[in-house]
Design a protein around this ligand. Structure first.
Ligand code: ACO
Length: 324
């Protein structure tokens, strides 16, 4: 008998304000052509003034919970993956918990930037596997627009705001890849690569929020290698091949990274969920937003095998294999 963390419901929320490349090019020295050619991004959603990460998280979380047929009374654990919390403390997850009306149970945030969703899924899965909780609401939510330097065209065109959520319950499985739920997670980090992707501020260093700084080419190069490697280890650990995977749901950083990784893995583009064109890079929110897109439009079905992979600042990277 094996405990499996089964995704019962998926939710999403995107701020109403859509900013196209064309609109962005009125205030930033860029063009729709450059952005589309280099990244595949066509538009991004930007949170309104006063709209916070917790607002996005609450909306996505509520939808995931409702779709799972759960109420907040059923939830044993609230986790939010975010690099853009409302405040330094308390955790954004505590605000979500309060808004959804479930005081008393644990709530905390996970900080692994763009890898936040696979890191958080791993944490939630381990809470379930050791029997500490029987259900969880796990949300990836970001307002990255708040930490962009709008004068730096090399970074500000790449990101957007949004939230995606999953409601999970612990179920009994047979211990095979036929089980529904999280089948494996693999996590990595390499803090020596700090200078390639970071925010140049923080509570303890500058007492400011800071802005995203990135060596784009270097990040690109590492991303393709690390992502392909963490997908391969997921396949090997589960004794399956890439052909057994129904859907690749990658972190949505850049269409060229998605294509290069898919090519390296020899997976057909038809099996890759792509939302970067519509959402841009929403960091920890990008995988659950892509998952929600695939579920909502009927491509991702219950019982199918979904492989998620991500890489972000740190560097951090990892994968999660899930039977829906
Ligand atoms: N609009 C127009 N021109 C631009 C822009 C822009 N927004 N940004 C940069 N340029 C110019 C540069 O100034 C440079 O001009 P120059 O040749 O006159 O000096 C030229 O375009 C080429 O710049 P590069 O930075 O070398 O462009 P590159 O081809 O590497 O593309 C990009 C940049 C898109 C950022 C690419 O490196 C990339 O995708 N990297 C991956 C980074 C990423 O996705 N990070 C997300 C976070 S990490 C993650 O989630 C995995």
């Amino acid at each position: 008998m094996t405990i499996r963390s089964v995704i019962r419901g998926v939710g999403s929320y995107l701020p109403a304000n859509v900013v196209t490349n064309e609109e962005l090019s009125k205030t930033v020295d860029t063009s729709d052509l450059w952005i589309q050619e280099r990244t595949g991004i066509k538009q991004r959603h930007i949170a309104a003034d006063g709209e916070m990460t917790s607002d996005l998280a609450i909306a996505a979380g509520r939808q995931a919970m409702e779709r799972a047929g759960l109420t907040s009374d059923d939830i044993d654990l609230f986790v939010v993956a975010t690099a853009t919390p409302d405040q330094t403390f308390p955790a954004t997850a505590a605000k979500v918990q309060a808004a959804l009306g479930r005081p008393g149970v644990p709530s905390f945030d996970i900080q692994a930037v763009c890898s936040g969703f696979v890191y958080g899924l791993s944490v939630v899965d381990n809470f379930m596997k050791c029997g500490q909780v029987k259900s969880a609401l796990f949300i990836g939510a970001e307002t990255f627009s708040r930490i962009l330097d709008w004068e730096d065209r090399g970074t500000c065109v790449l990101f957007g705001d949004g939230a995606g959520a999953v409601a999970l319950t612990a179920e009994t499985g047979q211990g095979s890849t036929a089980d529904r739920g999280v089948l494996s997670t693999h996590l990595h980090s390499d803090g020596t690569q700090h200078d390639l992707l970071y925010v140049d501020g923080g509570v303890s260093s500058t007492q400011t929020t800071g802005h995203v700084r990135m060596e784009g080419r270097e990040v690109f190069r590492h991303a393709v290698v690390n992502l392909a490697s963490t997908v391969r280890e997921a396949l090997e650990a589960n004794d399956i091949t890439i052909d057994d995977v129904d859907w690749l749901v990658p972190h949505q950083a850049n269409k060229r990274i998605l294509e290069s990784t898919a090519k390296k893995l020899r997976i057909s583009g038809d099996k890759v969920i792509v939302t970067v064109d519509q959402h841009a890079n929403t960091s920890a929110a990008s995988i659950p937003l892509a998952l929600a897109t695939g579920v909502d439009d009927g491509r991702i079905q219950t019982g199918q095998l979904v492989l998620m992979e991500a890489m972000g600042g740190g560097f951090t990277w990892g994968s999660a294999l899930v039977r829906m």
